[in-house]
Write a protein that binds this ligand. Structure first.
Ligand code: PRP
Ligand code: URA
Length: 210
């Protein structure tokens, strides 16, 4: 069975994505909104975190109230653009560890090239959320998920802002155990591997490098 695709069906996410799509949006606003959407998608992607209870005393009485079970969690941005989503995730899950995978797409083959990798020591014991704004051909996410599996990780989710149908299909084929959380699914890829209508080059727009 394929992994599920959870498309955010929320007016705040839709509104904020439209601001990101607008080519006139400033680098500062783009960066802030990427982080905000990251926070909103994290809310959905953590829906199945296990809870326990603890006793607290309210001003009225004692009660057993829900609290997170403290499952180990790691957020793994795909460099560079994935960095833009980390702050939003950490605001929701402040105790998470952060692992980094550096990949860039070879502009001709569109295949990912690895240039950096640094993980928490106990990453194999952690639930892993890989984050990247764009799932285009799916090559980068496919490789990143593969690396995390080589580290021994068994519970992996992928969070993106925009996904192309081609990328979703690739991940579902190569990693059917991985659920995808995305802000929206766009129409297609163009002949340069960019998402249409998309938002352009996410890394360049977050870091102002173009
Ligand atoms: C972008 C994006 C993804 C990748 C998606 O990164 O952030 O990592 O492309 O494309 P794919 O699904 O076809 O692999 P890019 O290679 O532009 O590097 P950057 O993050 O350094 O800008
Ligand atoms: N990477 C991006 O940054 N944007 C796209 O549309 C596709 C890949």
């Amino acid at each position: 069975m394929n992994g599920k695709v959870h498309v955010m069906d929320h007016p705040l996410v839709a509104h904020k994505l439209t601001i990101l799509r607008d080519k006139e949006t400033s680098v500062k606003d783009f960066r802030e909104i990427v982080s905000e959407i990251g926070m909103l998608i994290t809310y959905e992607a953590t829906r199945d975190l296990p809870l326990t209870t603890r006793e607290v005393e309210t001003p009225i009485c004692k009660t057993d109230a829900p609290t997170l079970k403290g499952k180990k969690f790691a957020v793994v941005p795909i460099l560079r653009a994935g960095l833009g989503l980390v702050e939003g995730v950490l605001r929701m899950v402040p105790g998470a560890r952060v692992g980094h995978i550096g990949l860039y797409r070879n502009e001709e083959t569109l295949e990912p090239v690895k240039y950096f990798c640094k993980m928490p020591k106990d990453v194999a014991e952690r639930d892993v959320l890989i984050v990247d704004p764009m799932l285009a051909t799916g090559g980068s996410a496919d490789a990143a998920i593969g690396f995390m599996k080589e580290y021994g990780c068994t519970n992996i989710k992928l969070m993106v802002l925009l996904a192309a149908p081609e990328g979703i299909e690739r991940i579902q084929k190569s990693h059917p155990d991985v659920d995808i959380y995305c802000g929206a699914v766009d129409e297609k890829l163009n002949d340069k591997g960019y998402i249409v209508p998309g938002l352009g080059d996410a890394g360049d727009r977050i870091f102002g490098t173009k």
